[in-house]
Design a protein around this ligand. Structure first.
Ligand SMILES: C[S@@+](CC[C@H](N)C(=O)[O-])C[C@H]1O[C@@H](n2cnc3c(N)ncnc32)[C@H](O)[C@@H]1O
Length: 230
């Protein structure tokens, strides 16, 4: 099988796909609340009761509607100066930021080449990792950016991560257990509280965009790794 490099993958029709759902809001119908069983606003509002400033990073944010919904709410409540919202996506399909919103910024780029020095109270990645080549690099970037009391929640299908020699698919599950990262195999959700710096000991080989639909019913990308040998 010919595996795609990260640069080839971003031009794949599976990734540069206009039919995928990029419109989810934070809560309500078609929302992060529905996908993650977690209401971002409630979480951030609770954080705001305990600290002066909160930060939410949304990886693969699509149109950015989740961040925009919260930005509007904090603007209405007059507390934008206590909030920082950042969204990143490969594709510039962000909805316009209203002129009265000053707590939100969008960045265009691939997660695998992106990093940031900040620490976030909330990091979300809703149905984004399915399309990323080096999913573990993207995940480890997210894990490093969680603040001490922060949380990361992402949709992650471990079936789409193929590791050479990992016959029973236990390698990552075990690594997650050792690092106190929750993985719900039924809901395909990964959740981590507090900063982690994880060495996966895996070498990324490339991506397959022809693996067909994943558990969401949408065509997605499989990512291939080999054990790192020194
Ligand atoms: C199914 S959409 C979900 C968007 C948004 N989270 C939502 O739920 O509305 C997946 C998003 O991942 C983005 N994406 C795919 N590969 C990416 C990459 N390597 N880096 C950053 N974003 C990526 C796509 O452009 C798309 O906007």
């Amino acid at each position: 099988m010919k595996l795609l490099t990260e640069n080839e993958l971003i031009w794949s029709p599976i990734v540069a796909n206009n039919r995928m759902n990029r419109k989810r809001k934070a809560s309500g119908i078609n929302s992060y609340e529905k996908e993650l069983k977690f209401k971002p606003e409630e979480y951030l509002d609770t954080c705001l009761e305990q600290k002066t400033h909160v930060k939410w990073l949304d990886l693969c944010c699509g149109e950015g509607n989740a961040l925009l919904q919260y930005a509007r709410a904090v603007s209405d409540e007059g507390r934008q100066d206590r909030v920082t919202l950042v969204g990143i996506d490969l594709v510039d399909q962000f909805q316009p930021i209203p002129p009265f919103v000053n707590c939100l910024r969008f960045e265009i780029g691939s997660l695998v080449n992106w990093t940031n020095d900040d620490q976030y109270d909330l990091i979300t990645c809703v149905h984004g990792l399915h399309y990323v080549g080096d999913k573990l690099k993207a995940l480890s970037t997210g894990l490093k950016l969680i603040g001490n009391q922060g949380v990361l929640i992402a949709n992650l299908d471990l079936n789409s991560i193929k590791i050479e020699g990992d016959q029973n698919g236990q390698y990552l599950k075990q690594l997650f257990i050792e690092n106190e990262i929750e993985y719900n195999a039924r809901k395909k959700l990964v959740r981590c509280e507090g900063h982690r710096d994880i060495y996966f000991n895996l070498t990324y080989k490339g991506a397959d965009d022809k693996s067909g639909p994943n558990y969401t019913g949408q065509e997605a990308v499989d990512s291939y790794y080999g054990m790192t040998t020194v």
